[in-house]
Design a protein around this ligand. Structure first.
Ligand code: MN
Length: 506
């Protein structure tokens, strides 16, 4: 359990997250303009009259976007509302030409409600994190303040692109129901899960560096064991796991100090200072009332039918949690391996491609990936599109690794030779592992006659050690195996060598 030591005792932290993910769609949530706003696109070229709120222009809901929201809802075990609506959230800012954001109002059903995902808790046990809602809303434009010393510019390409805002729940009526985030690490694990679910579903890149995933972080503290929640503060628009963790810890300590000195926490929005990792008060938190939410009169209620939900349910791919279970149950992998191999959807796809449905190959592939391949990210293409030599780098493909594992399993080569082949590939040797083995004569010697001959030589050359072994120093077995392996040029099958030496030495 994550706790912070204060003057008066130990404190725990409660974290709520509002995560925005940018949803992939050809066009925007309420207009036909392209939703591709990436930095290479010229500013203000993907903007429709609707996006910039020209008088008389009406929003038209993009059905594809609605489907993505439903997909996400199903991916987090949530209820899909059959009837929800869009509201206007009023505020003034240059990046918001309408003067309001079209969103789904707090306190009303969103398109997605009451979901949960499972993360690994700090105690190493699975923990359910409740998700109150996920709602659809518009993204704002991008203000540019760094192009002119005295002027600011606005790029409206991003205006109206769909965001899905995912809000964790705090079961205030059941504070003992420990189904919320209680540490910086859990916050990171939760966000990574959300990211992987979104990616597995193909609904968002959910990339923090690119800004397609942003989190508002709510932090409160309470004495360890307390059965109530204290007031919280919010740190907005965080785009790095590292900063989020730093901010949570700093903000928690700030609040503890206030409470321990007899003060109270006022709800407010905090600014995170990247330079020194501190948080400072930015403004007192605006109330929902200040936004004057009201149903958008230009949009009909969002009606979703059971048929629609079922149709989408049928297209759902396997999600990371299910992949993990499959690796453990069908492939017999340890939990650690399963967790490493499902860190991203690309990794699990690569792994599955190498395993090719052959359970007996799984552990071998897992070992190579986790202990060797992950250490050489430049030597494989996680999207599995490249192969051969690319930019002077030998790209190791899933089928290369599968072949290597199979060759060892079939005793064509031993472990040492497999490692040598692997190193040759890292060094830029082209061709499949089998071709490399052929080229360098790396065939394992399994012929017992040939191995016996080598053993006889080694025994004849080491009479002293033979004497010691026979008088009970069985630890010398390794000495003989090593020498036989060496004499065979590393080609002998170690299992056969072991067996034969034991037999010969009695
Ligand atoms: Mn929002």
């Amino acid at each position: 359990m994550f706790t912070i030591k204060g003057k008066t005792g130990d404190w725990e932290v409660v974290v709520g997250l509002e995560t925005h993910i940018e949803v992939l769609s050809k066009s925007k949530l309420f207009s036909g303009a392209s939703a591709d706003y990436n930095p290479t696109v010229a500013p203000n070229t993907q903007v429709s009259m609707v996006d910039v709120a020209m008088p008389g222009m009406l929003p038209v809901l993009n059905e594809y976007c609605v489907e993505q929201a439903i997909k996400f809802g199903l991916g987090i075990n949530a209820e899909i509302a059959h009837n929800s609506r869009f509201a206007r959230k009023q505020y003034f800012y240059p990046d918001l030409p309408q003067g309001y954001q079209i969103t789904q109002a707090t306190g009303e059903p969103a398109v997605v409600n009451n979901g949960w995902i499972e993360i690994m808790s700090d105690d190493g046990k699975p923990k359910k994190i409740l998700i109150e809602r996920a709602h659809m809303e518009q993204d704002a434009a991008k203000n540019k303040h760094d192009m002119h010393p005295a002027k600011s510019f606005v790029d409206f390409n991003r205006t109206g692109v769909m965001l899905l805002e995912i809000v964790t729940a705090l079961d205030t009526k059941n504070p003992e129901n420990n189904s919320y985030i209680t540490s910086p690490d859990e916050a990171e694990r939760y966000l990574r899960q959300i990211r992987e679910i979104a990616r597995a579903l193909g609904i968002s890149k959910a990339n923090m560096e690119e800004g397609s995933m942003r989190a508002d972080v709510n932090v409160s503290v309470r004495p360890v064991g307390a059965k109530y929640f204290n007031e919280r503060c919010e740190i907005k628009n965080m785009v790095s796991f590292k900063f989020i963790k730093t901010a949570i810890e700093y903000e928690a300590k700030r609040q503890i100090e206030i409470l321990e000195n007899g003060g109270q926490i006022d709800r407010c929005t905090m600014r995170f200072n990247q330079g020194d990792g501190t948080t400072t008060v930015q403004r007192s938190k605006e109330d929902a009332l200040d936004y004057r939410y009201f149903p958008d009169p230009d949009l009909l209620p969002l009606i979703i039918t059971d048929e629609q939900i079922e149709r989408i349910r049928k297209t759902m791919p396997e999600l990371p949690a299910a992949t993990r279970t499959r690796y453990i149950e069908k492939f017999g992998l340890p939990e650690y391996d399963a967790a490493r191999l499902t860190e991203t959807v690309d990794i699990s796809h690569w792994f599955d491609a190498a395993v090719g449905g052959k359970a007996e190959r799984a552990k071998g592939v897992a070992n190579w990936m986790i202990s060797e391949l992950f250490a050489h990210p430049e030597n494989y293409d996680i999207t599995n599109e490249k192969s051969g030599i690319v930019d002077g780098m030998r790209i190791i493909t899933p089928s290369d690794l599968a072949e290597l594992v199979d060759m060892v399993a079939a005793s064509e080569i031993n472990g040492k030779q497999a490692k040598d082949i692997f190193i040759k590939m890292l060094d830029g040797e082209d061709g499949t592992p089998r071709a490399i083995a052929d080229k360098f004569g790396m065939k394992q010697i399994t012929d017992t006659g040939a191995i016996e001959q080598i053993i006889d030589e080694v025994i004849a050359n080491n009479p002293g050690q033979v004497e010691q072994y026979k008088s009970g120093k069985v630890g010398l077995l390794g000495f003989f195996v090593g020498n036989v392996m060496k004499a065979s040029g590393g080609k002998a099958n170690p299992a056969i060598v072991n067996e034969l030496i034991k037999k010969k030495l009695g």
